[in-house]
Write a protein that binds this ligand. Structure first.
Ligand code: FAD
Length: 391
């Protein structure tokens, strides 16, 4: 039988030089060997596999694109492909990694002072410290740009934060949480590094999620939480600065959607080649082949789009609209791919042990986080029409 591979146009081999390709294959081997065998059990228990973190650190891929501070300084294209590799085996692990490497390290790298970079980036890169990124609130999800209700009040050399944050990944065990709050004096959004153990801060694990169950999302309450001015992100002066981080991480989420679709496609293809009905492998039936080809078409279109997205990022030409369009397209197409994967597996498609059920559930989270499909569509709509639908 021919190899099962969702990279039909050999983008991995064509796009990466030999050393980057080695990194890609090393990460793939790690996921297959260490993550795949345990992932369904953790997903079912909604627990995080902490013992895997030192092994992920050994891969030396965190903060992959940043220069200095112990970071490898590699391309955005490789970073995107690694996000795909992780999500291809488990979207939760890819999300854990994306929060640490993208949202948290990215905020500090793009918006932190030199002292903040020196203090946090090397330890975060090595996973000696774990980070979390708190933007969304219980009552403010899509409208964070203008609507944050968490407040920050300057008092001498300190700030006092009050409010709540919901859905915050890694929050239950993070050493540092980046909290976004509105400055009561100038009404602008600012970012604060809240350290573990700060007495003004409590976190409660969110239970009973139906997707990304391995990711530990927290509900955070800040009650007169005092943060030193030295722990305010010095380059974050309005939501426009927060958006710089989101532009970068949305590109990563588009790649993550590719990985989720690829994992489902490859599992479904393998299954259809061995499952027999009417005395033949179901892969030999025309209607099943049609599903597989629809899946591969979507997957290939997504991969090719993301490939170009990362090229633009590497050239410094990535815009918010580029990242949003890719996130919209990939998260939408992924939903289609995973549902066809489930369909061709019949009843086994809803059993966790066949993996596809997990991809189906996790695709729903990808669809809604880092800006819902609607919000990212409106970002693109504003750019192409000249009219903002947000107001
Ligand atoms: P809402 O904003 O309430 O939206 C509900 C619906 O209304 C959506 O369909 C939306 O598209 C639609 N809608 C809203 N406004 C408009 C409009 N103007 N026009 C048309 N439709 C509109 N946040 C963090 O800060 N840090 C994290 O680590 C984090 N991790 C997450 C992990 C998971 C698994 C999930 C599910 C979420 C996470 N989030 C995180 C939050 C995530 O970014 C929000 O869920 C997302 O921004 C949407 O907000 P909401 O869920 O409050 O939906």
């Amino acid at each position: 039988l021919p190899p099962i591979n969702g990279d039909f146009y050999h983008l991995g081999a064509a796009a990466l030089d030999e050393s980057d390709r080695e990194v890609q294959l090393k990460v793939r081997a790690f996921l297959e060997k260490e993550v795949k065998p345990v992932v369904n059990a953790y997903w079912l228990r909604a627990e995080f596999p902490h013992e895997l973190v030192p092994k992920i650190a050994e891969l030396n891929i965190c903060g992959l694109t940043y220069q200095g501070y112990g970071c490898p300084g590699k391309s955005n294209l490789l970073e995107g492909m690694l996000a795909m590799e992780m999500a291809r085996v488990d979207t939760s692990m890819s999300t854990f990694f994306g929060v640490q490497s993208g949202l948290v390290m990215g905020s500090i790298y793009l918006l932190g002072s030199e002292a903040q970079k020196q203090e946090w980036l090397p330890d975060l890169q090595q996973f000696k410290k774990i980070g979390s990124f708190g933007l969304t609130e219980p009552e403010v999800g899509s409208a964070t740009a203008g609507g944050l209700t968490t407040t920050a009040k300057r008092q001498g050399d300190s700030w006092v934060l009050n409010g709540q944050k919901k859905w915050i990944g890694n929050a239950t065990f993070a050493d540092v949480l980046i909290i976004w709050a509105k400055d009561l004096d100038d009404n602008q959004v600012k970012g604060f590094l809240v350290r573990k153990g700060n007495p003004g801060f409590t976190v409660k694990k969110m239970e009973d999620k139906m997707a990304l169950r391995i990711v530990q999302n927290g509900l955070i309450t800040l009650e007169n939480c005092v943060v030193e001015e030295a722990d305010r992100l010095q380059g974050a002066n309005s939501f426009k600065d927060t958006a710089k981080v989101l532009r970068m991480t949305r590109a990563g989420v588009a790649w993550q959607a590719v990985g989720c679709a690829r994992g489902a496609y490859e599992s479904a293809l393998a299954y259809t080649r061995t499952r027999k009905q009417f005395g033949k492998p179901i892969a030999s039936f025309q209607l099943i082949q049609n599903h597989l080809v629809e899946m591969l078409s979507n997957l290939t279109a997504m991969q090719t789009l993301c490939f170009r997205l990362s090229q633009l990022q590497d050239q410094g030409l990535l815009t918010d609209e580029h990242a949003s369009l890719a996130k919209v397209f990939c998260s939408l197409r992924t939903r289609d791919v995973v549902s066809r994967a489930r369909e061709v597996m019949g009843g086994n498609g809803i059993l966790l042990e066949y993996d596809v059920a997990r991809f189906v559930a996790d695709a729903e989270a990808i669809y809604s986080y880092e800006g819902t499909k609607e919000i990212n569509s409106l970002i693109v709509g504003r750019a192409i029409t000249g009219f903002s639908a947000f107001v």
